[in-house]
Design a protein around this ligand. Structure first.
Ligand code: SF4
Length: 359
């Protein structure tokens, strides 16, 4: 039996966002953001439904216009996960978003004008128990910080400190903080400093990380490094891609550190011994089991060299032969199946096990 390595989580204050509690050792929640105009309610609902199916737990929408803010009232009742309004500069939008039923605001209080405006937003947020995420970004730091410190970890933390202080002056503590940068070492160091300085939950992410492969790698390294140090309470993998991909990658990062149990498909890289289309089989197994409840480990192996060994440690497995493969259930050989029927037959076995469990 493999030894389980546990990464102890750093203690943070608990903050409630809709049905979830963030921080204080609660499960790390996966977030994403819609990528259509928020005022296009049908398109937003369609995207959120796909995100929910993929495992997104908190979703953010950009509110750039009056129509976007008003759309929140139509979106919120039709979704099942907490909704966050992303607002810049406009305190009226923040107040209206709360009235429309949003679960959390992402707004930087230092950017919405004078202290009176901050007080108005805070009063409304307090009354409706709505937390605020202070989202500091290296691309939009205050001018004086840029001049003095540049886009450094220290500048990001100092910017967050100023925004936090503004909310605390109004006795507001339902705060979540993010300090995002495109530069992975800067982002890692900023969060490390922030974790020492603040008691509030931290929302992790490498911002503007790039397209699917690059963005996934950069986030895996940035977010993964911090998670294994116990830092982080929510995660968003920002990708220039379908938001569903963001959720898939975030789930995989958490699963890789065993911070969450999901469906894990182990597959071999294939080599000159392979006599079966292992890549196609592995992709199909991954796609068709993505929404299954974990923990579930499935091995898809190209041949019998390492196949039986991996199959023994998996719940289900396929090991390839020539145009056919062996299906394993709970580490034991079940039957030989032609290549084109392998995935269907494997899924039948998985469904059979679920049905037996439910009885
Ligand atoms: S399991 Fe077989 S096919 Fe896959 S990499 Fe190993 S030797 Fe090659």
């Amino acid at each position: 039996m493999k030894a389980k390595i546990i990464f102890p989580r750093k203690k943070t204050r608990s903050v409630t966002v809709g049905k979830f509690v963030l921080g204080d050792g609660q499960p790390i929640r996966i977030q994403s953001m819609t990528k259509v105009h928020t005022r296009d309610v049908r398109a937003v609902l369609k995207q959120i439904a796909r995100l929910e199916t993929a495992g997104c737990e908190i979703v953010r929408v950009a509110c750039a216009t009056d129509e976007d803010v008003k759309a929140i009232g139509k979106i919120r009742p039709k979704i099942h996960i907490p909704l966050v309004a992303d607002i810049h500069f406009n305190h009226r939008f923040a107040i209206e978003a709360i009235e429309q039923g949003v679960d959390k605001l992402r707004i930087n209080p230092g950017n919405i004008g004078n202290e009176d405006r901050v007080a108005e937003v805070v009063e409304k947020a307090k009354k409706h128990h709505i937390p605020i995420r202070i989202g500091v970004n290296a691309g939009s730091l205050e001018k004086d910080l840029m001049e003095k410190l540049g886009p450094s970890p220290e500048a990001l933390v100092e910017s967050a400190r100023r925004h936090v202080a503004m909310l605390e002056r109004h006795d507001f503590r339902d705060i979540v903080i993010s300090l995002k940068a495109t530069d992975v070492p800067t982002m890692i160091q900023a969060y490390r400093l922030a974790s020492k300085k603040f008691e509030y939950p931290l929302h992790l992410g490498v911002t503007e990380a790039g397209t699917l492969v690059r963005g996934s790698v950069y986030n895996a390294i940035g977010v993964g490094t911090l998670l294994q140090e116990g830092i982080g309470d929510t995660v968003r993998v920002s990708l220039t891609a379908d938001p569903v991909e963001e959720v898939k990658v975030a789930k995989m990062i958490l699963e890789s550190l065993q911070l969450r149990k999901g469906v894990r498909v182990i597959s071999c890289p294939t080599c000159g011994r392979t006599e079966i289309d292992t890549a196609k089989l592995a992709c199909e197994v991954e796609a068709r089991t993505a929404s299954f409840d974990g923990p579930l480990t499935i091995a898809v192996m190209g041949c019998v060299v390492n196949g039986p060994g991996e199959a023994r440690g998996a719940d289900f497995a396929i090991t390839g032969g020539k145009g056919k493969g062996m299906i394993y259930v709970a580490g034991k050989q079940e039957r030989v199946v032609p290549e084109e029927k392998l995935v269907d037959e494997l899924l039948k076995e998985i469904h059979k096990r679920s049905a037996n469990r439910e009885r």
